[in-house]
Design a protein around this ligand. Structure first.
Ligand code: GLP
Length: 259
């Protein structure tokens, strides 16, 4: 696992955007796994800037998002589909048919989840999966105690996750109770993955993910099993790491140390 501790939040977002752009440039038909959450907004803003400047070409890229709320159709403003359209897809030269999210309005969400898992495999798997982390260590919507062998399926959200995501919904509106999410095994099958965590609210989950035992109690700790996982952190999110000095020696400022 590569642990990159950047000087500040903006640098961490930029490092993440660079890794995504490198994956797109490396293979014209790249398959990206994408994530939502407030942490990702500066990353998508950078990608929009690069699209506008002509330095990023997504025309050959296929995308699969991690998750979607059950019960929200793609035209609901807080659906992850609408969020991704707003944050990235509307600005990109991406054919909409190449952008995939689970259908939150599917009449049978369990069948939709299995279809989605199969669609990822049919696309040849994910080259680079972008991930955030919940304050309780979730990735996608794999809440604590999710099976480390799980595939894409319906998950019940914890009260903590619903409270954290309530800020995206109006005062009259309840945050959804269920989501379709890629499973942990699905995520681990990506050829590489990059997790971005910023801010003090993520410090405990980040420490458990990187330095704790591999455990369903902290779903992000499953990334310790991934052969090509990169954790990009700002100083606040890195605050609880016991081996912080070591990571900073190996990757000064979140970069590569000359050997
Ligand atoms: C949601 C998403 C996750 C994301 C998490 C953290 O639960 N399903 O993919 O990592 O929120 O979000 P934020 O970046 O807003 O803290």
């Amino acid at each position: 696992m590569r642990v990159l501790i950047c000087h500040d939040t903006a640098t961490a977002a930029c490092r993440t955007a660079d890794i995504l752009c490198d994956a797109v440039a490396a293979r014209h038909g790249a398959v990206l796994g994408l994530a939502t959450g407030g942490t990702m907004e500066p990353v998508y803003a950078l990608l929009r800037d690069r699209l506008a400047a002509g330095t990023l070409d997504l025309s050959g890229t296929t995308t699969f998002n991690l998750d979607e709320y059950v019960g929200l159709a793609g035209d609901h403003p807080q659906s992850y589909r609408a969020t991704m359209n707003r944050l990235l897809f509307d600005a990109a030269d991406l054919r909409r048919s190449r952008t995939h999210l689970p259908d939150g309005a599917a009449s049978d969400p369990a069948t939709e989840a299995r279809r989605y898992d199969a669609a990822i495999a049919a696309a040849g798997g994910i080259d680079l999966q972008l991930l955030g982390i919940g304050g309780n260590g979730h990735i996608g919507f794999n809440e604590p105690t999710s099976s480390l062998g799980s595939r894409t399926r319906v998950k019940t959200l914890t009260a903590e996750t619903r409270a954290a995501n309530a800020r995206f919904f109006g005062p009259e509106e309840e945050a959804p109770r269920y989501a379709i999410t890629m499973g942990i095994a699905t995520i681990l099958e990506s050829r590489s993955c990059v997790l971005l965590a910023t801010g003090p609210g993520k410090a405990a989950a980040v420490a458990a993910a990187i330095e704790g035992p591999v455990s369903a109690a902290c779903p992000a700790s499953a990334l310790q099993l991934h052969p090509s996982a990169t954790m990009i952190l700002d100083p606040e999110a890195a605050a609880d790491l016991r081996l912080r000095d070591y990571y900073e020696t190996v990757h000064p400022g979140g970069g590569e140390a000359p050997l």
